[in-house]
Design a protein around this ligand. Structure first.
Ligand SMILES: C[S@@+](CC[C@H](N)C(=O)[O-])C[C@H]1O[C@@H](n2cnc3c(N)ncnc32)[C@H](O)[C@@H]1O
Length: 208
């Protein structure tokens, strides 16, 4: 048994509808590894159960897996906005939201995250950044004024397969930009932060 198998055997199972979306994503998408998956999905759900956000924003929907993990914890009045740039994913995402029974809690925005964030007239308790790694610092700056004091921002893939620890070539823009984001977060004294080695690195940020 691998460490991951042991961890999953001692954590909650994926709800059936998420296991189905996980399978569909592996069957139909070229890069299914982008999906949060079982362990990180249960962690996102647990964080939301702890924080009890009413208004959530996600940058990077992909097939809807992580949006649903967060949506499952929302109260009757809670809502999650999730932004996806690739309009070819829209039908697949909506199909997944419908089969989950949680569609009424989720507002999908097809478009570029920076444009959509600027148009959203809302304040958020919890933000999950999981879009283009080269744009993390821009997402952070765009969303920060819309996060309430005491609210949380989670950023995924902040270890970027361990590449942030190595000498990177000057044309590896994703690694360079993740490193720039990590350094920016480390220096920012408006926030508390902790980086967890969960899956590909998950940074938890709390706005003071
Ligand atoms: C890693 S995947 C998201 C995975 C998903 N959050 C999950 O955990 O299952 C990143 C997604 O962000 C989308 N994306 C990239 N840049 C974006 C942008 N500027 N605005 C909106 N979506 C973007 C990509 O098309 C892709 O579907």
């Amino acid at each position: 048994m691998t460490e991951e198998e042991y961890i999953l055997a001692h954590s909650d199972a994926e709800p059936d509808y998420l296991a189905l979306i996980n399978r569909k994503t592996h069957l139909k998408m070229i890069n299914p590894r982008m999906m949060s998956g079982h362990l990180q999905g249960r962690a996102l759900s647990m964080f939301c159960s702890m924080i009890k956000p009413e208004r959530i924003l996600e940058i990077g929907t992909f097939t809807g897996y992580s949006a649903l993990c967060m949506a499952e914890t929302l109260s009757e009045t809670g809502v999650i906005h999730t932004i996806e740039r690739d309009d070819e994913l829209e039908d697949f995402i909506m199909e997944n939201f419908e089969l989950s029974g949680l569609a009424t809690k989720i507002k999908l925005h097809i478009g570029d995250a920076i444009d959509v964030i600027q148009k959203l007239d809302d304040t958020f308790d919890f933000v999950f950044i999981d879009g283009d790694k080269r744009e993390y610092a821009d997402y952070y700056d765009a969303v920060f004024p819309k996060v309430r004091n005491g609210g949380f921002i989670l950023a995924d893939n902040t270890l970027w397969d361990g590449k942030v620890l190595k000498n990177v070539s000057s044309n590896d823009s994703q690694t360079i930009e993740i490193m720039r984001f990590n350094d920016k977060i480390a220096r920012d004294n408006r926030i508390e932060k902790v980086m967890l080695p969960l899956r590909d690195g998950l940074t938890i940020i709390r706005k003071k």
